[in-house]
Design a protein around this ligand. Structure first.
Ligand code: FAD
Length: 294
């Protein structure tokens, strides 16, 4: 069975897509339309998030299992340590294995309620993502990914401590990392340089989200933890009242970022899709990453 690492170690840059487990039937239809629309574009893998506080456990298991079973795509399940004892984590990992999922993104997760509040581990659980990486490794022949933060994780003491944490996750057995959203290619490239400077050549995938609406732009600020750079604000702010023009400029901007990242030799681009395929398809097509049969 193909792993994420095998797919991203190809001799050309690839792209991958991230989905959220559906909440209801309408959501489910939308998600599966998006998956089917993207399948022919040959993404390197499809990842499915694990709802905040473990809220989507069953839906994540079901969705990743269905992707593995019913599509030609490589399926990756996210898993967080929030609210789970080690016994429960072992159980979820066992489910993933039973459904043929070989790829897991191992995360600590955010505290339930206030995501910026203090982290409290489950009394019989794990403290940090590196421990989850080790647990997944111990339980089977999985390919394991972790999170990386171009601007540093908000709870890291400083950028050096943040780099050290990422290295700790690689030392625990992670095969690759996916970066949180960022605005400028240099923000990601500096993260890559910091890791390389420590002698680590693990694969880092940039996280990308097409800036199609002001709401998505605001979400990028929230997730990245960084304000909109003046250069980008100057291009998008005047278009806020014109949805079509905003979308077109946002797609242009993200395409330019991706082009620069590809020129800098990234192995792949990981698209956060919000369960919609159109914007990702447009950017990927403009980057010339669509197989001719699609
Ligand atoms: P960790 O690597 O454990 O780091 C968390 C904090 O603890 C950092 O500040 C780190 O420096 C510090 N730390 C780590 N180890 C130690 C130590 N030994 N001593 C002291 N401090 C330490 N969340 C979800 O709920 N579901 C998802 O599906 C999901 N998917 C994501 C996908 C990607 C690509 C990314 C980038 C994030 C995702 N998240 C998801 C969010 C993530 O769970 C949060 O950002 C969380 O706060 C950090 O998770 P982590 O795995 O990076 O934690």
């Amino acid at each position: 069975m193909t792993t994420v690492l095998q797919r991203i170690r190809s001799n050309r840059p690839v792209f991958s897509v991230e989905f959220m487990p559906p909440r209801d039937q309408a959501d489910e239809r939308r998600l599966w339309n998006a998956i089917r629309e993207l399948e022919g574009y040959d993404p390197a893998f499809v990842s499915v998030t694990y709802g905040a506080g473990g809220s989507s456990r069953d839906r994540t298991i079901r969705t990743t299992g269905r992707v593995a079973r019913e599509t030609t795509l490589v399926s990756m399940a996210h898993l967080t340590a929030v609210g789970h004892s080690v016994a429960e984590l072992r159980n979820v990992i066992g489910w993933y294995a039973a459904l043929g999922i070989r790829n897991i993104l191992a995360l600590r997760g955010d505290p339930p309620g206030d995501p910026n509040g203090p982290w409290v581990a489950h009394p019989d659980g794990l403290n940090y993502a590196d421990e989850l990486v080790a647990l997944v490794r111990e339980l089977g022949d999985f390919c394991v990914g972790v999170a990386a933060f171009p601007y540093g994780h908000p709870q890291s003491a400083d950028i050096d401590a943040d780099t050290e944490n990422l290295l700790r996750k690689f030392r625990a057995g992670a095969d690759f990392a996916i970066a949180q959203l960022f605005f400028e290619p240099e923000d990601f490239l500096r993260l890559r340089d910091r890791v390389a400077a420590k002698g680590c050549d693990a694969v880092l995938l940039p996280g990308v989200m097409p800036l199609t609406t002001p709401k998505i732009l605001a979400k990028t600020v929230e997730l990245s933890g960084a304000p909109v750079p003046a250069r980008i604000a100057a291009r998008l702010d005047p278009l806020v009242g014109d949805a079509a023009a905003f979308r077109a400029e946002g797609i242009d901007l993200v395409t330019e970022v991706c082009e620069r990242l590809i020129a800098e030799g990234v192995s792949g681009l990981h698209f956060y899709t919000f369960n919609r395929a159109k914007a990702t398809r447009e950017v990927v097509a403009r980057l010339g990453m669509v197989p001719s049969r699609a």
